[in-house]
Design a protein around this ligand. Structure first.
Ligand code: PRP
Ligand code: MN
Ligand code: MG
Length: 181
């Protein structure tokens, strides 16, 4: 394990098995339809790349990047689009793919924003759900793992942009981020 980790939460093998299972479930649910997978940059990128390879219906990709204003104002729910989708989603079956739902601010905003664009359907798929920190409600249709309130990194998830490329998910040692959350 990376020296900044306290313990491994999900190994590469555990993630691979669960992601493949999610892909099979999504493929069943969308049988006969075409899927537009919307990835939330940057955290969702690794999960999305693995997930879509387990999806057997035709899948198109688009990406959106958002930023929430600093930690103190994050609770205000202010989310800003840094890079919008390349194309419209009207009439499409949209699946939002996220790495983690934490306070819910990001997805609560995005679901409303994308719903207003008139998709045929809109569902949310996340690898991790941390329900203990929720501030805004988010309906999750596909969830990989529910996790406790610990700071996790790896497999796309970062701390100060570090650790995204780790193939497993680990709990970050409090000595790295100075305790707190
Ligand atoms: C992280 C994570 C989710 C969001 C979840 O993204 O990837 O997108 O926060 O938090 P929330 O439920 O409290 O809104 P971040 O803003 O760190 O950007 P990143 O994906 O580029 O790391
Ligand atoms: Mn993110
Ligand atoms: Mg981040």
């Amino acid at each position: 394990m990376h020296p900044d980790g306290e313990r491994i939460l999900f190994t590469e093998e555990e993630i691979r098995a669960r992601v493949a299972e999610m892909g099979r479930e999504i493929s069943r649910d969308y049988a006969g339809r075409e899927l537009l997978v919307v990835g939330i940059l940057k955290g969702a990128m690794i999960f999305l790349a693995d997930l879509v390879r387990s999806i057997t219906v035709p899948a198109f990709f688009d990406f959106i990047a958002v930023s929430s204003y600093g930690t103190s104002t994050k609770s205000s729910g202010a989310v800003r689009i840094l890079k919008d989708l390349d194309r419209g989603i009207e009439g499409r079956h949209v699946l939002i793919v996220e790495d983690i739902v934490d306070t819910g601010l990001t997805l609560n905003y995005l679901v409303d924003n994308l719903t207003a664009r008139g998709p045929a359907s809109l569902k949310v798929c996340t690898l991790l759900d941390k329900p203990s920190r929720r501030q805004k409600p988010v309906e999750i249709h596909y969830n990989g793992f529910t996790i406790p309130d610990e700071f996790v990194v790896g497999y796309g998830l970062d701390y100060n942009e570090c650790y995204r490329n780790l193939p497993y998910i680990m709990v970050l040692s409090p000595r790295v981020f100075g305790g707190g959350r």
